[in-house]
Structure formats: C-alpha cells, structure tokens
Ligand binder design. Structure first.
Ligand code: ATP
Ligand code: LTN
Length: 331
C-alpha cells in the first residue's frame, strides 16, 4: 500500500502584487513541494485586516493572488488552494488557541512590534493575536512542514510551542510542524538599494519587479539597477548589486555563477543588465499569459477556490471536532 504523503501548509497575504522576491523566495518552492507532499496553500485574507485595508482592493487582490498562484503552477486538482476566510474552522480554532497563547509570548513577536510602530493609531487586538490565527492555519491540517521566509521563523516557533502546550494537556492532538526556511541566499534584494530586501512596500518603484510587470517596465527597472564601478560581472563580497542580479539570472536560467561570469567576461554592465531583464521578462511571460487566462474567467476561479475550500473544510473539521471535544464543549 502506498504510504500516505506528508502534509505541507503555507499561506501568503493578499496585500498587493507579488514580486520576483516572493516568487523566487517562496512561491517557486511551493510549486516544487507539490512533488513530495500533499500541499495545502491559502491566501491569508483574514490576516490582512489586521492593518487598515480598502475592501474593494482586498477583494480584488485576493482573487488575483489565487490566479497568480495557479499561473505559477499550483495544481488545485491534486492539492488545495483557497481563501482562508472560506474555511470558518480557521477562526474557530484561532479562538481556542488564543486561550492557550500567553500575553507575554505575543508581546515578544518582532512583527507585532514593527507593525505597531508603523501603525501607532491602530494597534488592534487582531494585530496582537495574529500568530494564534497563523498557528490555527497550520495546526488545523496536522501539518508536517511549513515553507516560510525568514521573517516568519518566530511565528512558526510560537506555533510549535502552542501545539506542544496543548498536547501536554490533552494528549497528541496536533502534529508539531517543522519549518522549511530557505537558506540566506534565497533573499532577493532591492534593485535600487541592494543592501535591502526587494519588497512590495518599497516607495521607490524601480526597487521591485512585480510578477505582472510588462516587458518594457521590467527592462527599464533592470537598466536602472544600482551596481558598482568595477565593470566586471563577478560574484564577490561588496558587490551586492551585481551579486543580486547574478542570483536572479541564475534562478531564471539555472546557470551557475561561474557560467555567468564566463558568459559575460569582457562585457559591460549595460549588456549584462539587459540580458537579465530579457531573461526575467521571457521567464515571466508564460506566467502572465496564464494569469490573464485565469482572470478572464472569474466564475471558474471562484469555483476552484470553493472546491478547494470544501475539501479543506472536511480536513479541518476533523481536527476542530477533536479539539472541541478535548476542551469540553458539549456535543
Ligand atoms: P512587505 O515587504 O511589503 O512586507 P513582502 O514583499 O515581504 O511584503 P510578503 O507577502 O510578506 O511580501 O511575502 C510573501 C512571501 O515571500 C513570504 O514568505 C516572504 O518571506 C517571501 N519574500 C518576500 N520578499 C522576498 C524577497 N525579497 N526575497 C525572498 N523571499 C521573499
Ligand atoms: N504570516 C504570513 C502568512 C501566513 C502564513 C500562515 C504562513 C498566514 N498564515 C500559515 C505560513 C503558515 C506572512 O505574512 N507571510
């Protein structure tokens, strides 16, 4: 008999467009994990209202994020891809876990500290308890592995603590998940300031290449990328800009740094930047075409989400029922 595959869960917030940092650092990994795991991927719309949002924009971004993920290669027939708010068990388990998460633990979360500093006029309870909802997302599905970026390491560690705490009182209710964090090299940097990560919230629009940017925009952004004055394409300390371009080129072509150095020996940065830009534009083109096809049939897109949500709901209910019984809710 075929052994049951391990479960993988991850989620992404539908706050704006995804960029090539998120694509190379997170989504590409999600695609690959489908070969080895039963994958459950959610668009974390519930998490998005912890900061003020425009309702119409959230609605649009949520559906677009589903279309982007499908276009990148998430297979919603074999795996699950849905909106977090469509599966009520996430919120239901989050309340129970709130009662097993300590005030002091939540107060130590660096994301909470950062976001409260940025949104001083809206430090709401949801922003504070956000990690308990994230723990519910993960623990509902008896998840084995959680692929996340470095920025989510602390939340994942708290999820493990909550799971162990609950298990120590009630027996083995939750699988304690392992994080899958890409090595430091998987950080794509800003084109305008290669000491910073490429981020969609960057004010400088040339800093960040979005997955859906048209070809001419991609070329313009790469042409303006900050480099150095050495004029030699080689991977070396202190050459953050060139290193970043080389790692992007390498990720899109599967060429090693040595191969890239040989390819551009004696050629200037202008030529190199153009080659990177064209490669990225070519690489994104099929994703963009598939995205447009998905977006042209919203009914089908909504159907995909609903189908996945129904299957996710069935899995989630099993854990939720067990938890309700354990804590003593009468049936
Ligand atoms: P912001 O910087 O505006 O808060 P973001 O660009 O980091 O947002 P998220 O939606 O928070 O975008 O990230 C989605 C996923 O992509 C996360 O798992 C995150 O770790 C990863 N990610 C985002 N930017 C990069 C990057 N530059 N390099 C590698 N991974 C990234
Ligand atoms: N907090 C994450 C998104 C997220 C998530 C999750 C990631 C919500 N729930 C569960 C992994 C597992 C973020 O902001 N990137």
């Amino acid at each position: 008999m075929e052994q049951q595959r391990k479960r993988c869960f991850s989620a992404i917030q539908p706050t704006g467009q995804i960029n090539i940092g998120g694509y190379l650092g997170a989504v590409k990994n999600w695609i690959k994990l489908q070969e080895e795991f039963d994958c459950i991927y959610a668009v974390a719309d519930l998490h998005s209202i912890t900061v003020r949002q425009d309702p119409a924009l959230l609605r649009r971004n949520s559906l677009e994020m589903i279309a982007v993920l499908l276009a990148c290669g998430i297979d919603a027939d074999k795996h699950l891809l849905f909106l977090q708010s469509h599966v009520p068990a996430h919120t239901q388990l989050a309340w129970v876990l709130d009662c097993y998460t300590m005030y002091g633990e939540l107060g130590r979360m660096t994301q909470f500290k950062d976001k409260s500093a940025k949104n001083a006029d809206n430090i709401n309870a949801g922003l504070f308890t956000y990690p308990a909802l994230m723990a519910a997302d993960i623990l509902l599905y008896q998840t084995d592995v959680v692929p996340v970026g470095e920025d989510q390491r602390q939340h994942l560690e708290l999820t493990r603590i909550i799971a162990k705490r609950f298990n120590s009182v009630y027996g083995d209710v939750f699988t304690v998940p392992e994080g899958k964090i890409p090595e430091v090299g998987a950080k794509v940097r800003s084109l305008a300031d290669p000491t910073k990560k490429m981020s969609k919230s960057d004010e400088n629009e040339n800093a960040c290449v979005n997955l859906l940017d048209p070809r001419d925009v991609i070329i313009r952004k790469f042409k303006r990328a900050v480099t150095d004055s050495e004029a030699c394409v080689r991977y070396a300390e202190g050459k953050d800009g060139i290193n970043n371009l080389m790692s992007i080129y390498s990720a899109f072509t599967d060429k090693s740094y040595e191969q890239i150095e040989r390819e551009f020996e004696g050629r200037g940065y202008g030529e190199f930047k153009l080659a990177v830009a064209e490669t990225v534009a070519d690489g994104l083109k099929p994703i963009q075409e598939r995205f447009c096809a998905y977006m042209s049939d919203k009914a089908q897109l909504q159907q995909i989400c609903r189908d996945s949500a129904a299957r996710a709901d069935a899995l989630a209910q099993k854990t939720l029922r067990k938890v309700y019984k354990k804590v003593g809710f009468a049936v």
